[in-house]
Ligand binder design. Structure first.
Ligand code: BJW
Ligand code: ZN
Length: 245
């Protein structure tokens, strides 16, 4: 079912009177660029669930396999582009006095589209971290060696991303919580809202009196608690939210 015209109009009115907007995005915002989501039928790689590979246990057991998964994603992402949803969010940032985009995605597509105020909760696929000396660096090689090593100390590198059971960087999480607690409106786009602590940011915003609008192809665990649910594709709905104000 597609979002109703009056719901789009209501969302536009809210945005037009918003001083501070916080946006929370998940894998669905990149789906129309061709990036697979995590859950549902897309979340498979060589028969493995993506979420089973995004764990420290998987990396400890078989780092070659986990690096092959991330190398495949690097190669895929290098060939993909931001879509109309990413682009609409860039225009929204330009229109509003205060704007912060909090993403769970590691795909770099918001930055490539031109979003400036960006918080990456789960890291970035183009960053690597040494498991020995912990040095973090940017590495945009499309295909890293099957077991890449640190130039400084020779230890194994890992993707600088947050896996299940790992802590988010405290300063990054704190800035996302502040952005959620201080906004008047929050847009929650393309996330199944299952993974914590990202999912609770929408609840933080709601608890502080923000109007929370969800944009998703399907209902989520959040949908019943939120102020407005726009069902449909982010790449279609988000450009509509910019029209007429
Ligand atoms: C469209 C669309 C279109 C499609 N238009 N929409 C409290 C209770 C229970 C468990 C926990 C808890 N607190 C913490 C945990 C443990 C765990 C957790 O949340 N588990 C849940 C599964 C229950 N959380 C953690 O471990 C986090 N760490 C932490 O909290 O540390 C402290 C702690 C540790 C241990 C115990 C307790 C506390 C870390 C989470 C890290 C998540 N990492 C990943 C991988 C990142 C690296 C990588 O990408 O490789 O992050 S997993 C994966 O899920 C990835 C995503 O960012 C994340 C969220 O997924 P997302 O974005 O929602 O994607 P999907 O696929 O689920 O949904 C896509 C949506 O788009 C769908 O709804 C579609 O309908 C929609 N869609 N096309 C609009 N065109
Ligand atoms: Zn090192």
């Amino acid at each position: 079912m597609d979002a109703e015209v009056q719901d789009i109009e209501r969302a536009c009115q809210w945005l037009a009177t918003t001083e501070q907007l916080t946006v929370l995005t998940g894998a669905g915002v990149s789906a129309e660029s061709g990036v697979p989501t995590f859950r549902g039928k897309d979340g498979l790689w060589r028969g493995f669930r993506a979420t089973d590979l995004a764990t420290p246990e998987a990396f400890a057991r078989d780092p070659k396999q986990v690096w092959a998964f991330y190398n495949w994603r690097r190669q895929l992402l290098a060939s993909l582009k931001p879509n109309p949803a990413h682009e609409a969010l860039v225009r929204l940032e330009a229109k509003l006095p205060q704007f912060i985009l909090v993403t769970q995605n590691i795909d770099d597509l918001h930055r490539r589209a031109g979003t400036r105020k960006l918080i990456e909760l789960h890291g970035n696929i183009w960053m690597v971290r040494c498991t020995g000396c912990q040095t973090v660096s940017r590495n945009e090689d499309v295909w890293l060696p099957e077991l890449p090593s640190c130039d400084d100390c020779g230890a194994l590198l890992r993707p600088h991303v947050v896996w299940f059971g790992e802590q988010l960087q405290p300063a990054i999480l704190k800035s996302a919580v502040v952005a959620s607690r201080t906004c008047q409106t929050m847009l929650v786009i393309g996330t199944s809202a299952i993974v914590q602590p990202a999912a609770s940011l929408a609840i933080e915003a709601k608890a502080q009196g923000a109007r929370v609008i969800e944009v998703n192809l399907e209902p989520t665990v959040h949908s019943h608690h939120l102020d407005l649910v726009l069902q449909g594709k982010a790449g279609v709905l988000l450009p509509q939210l910019l029209e007429g104000w």
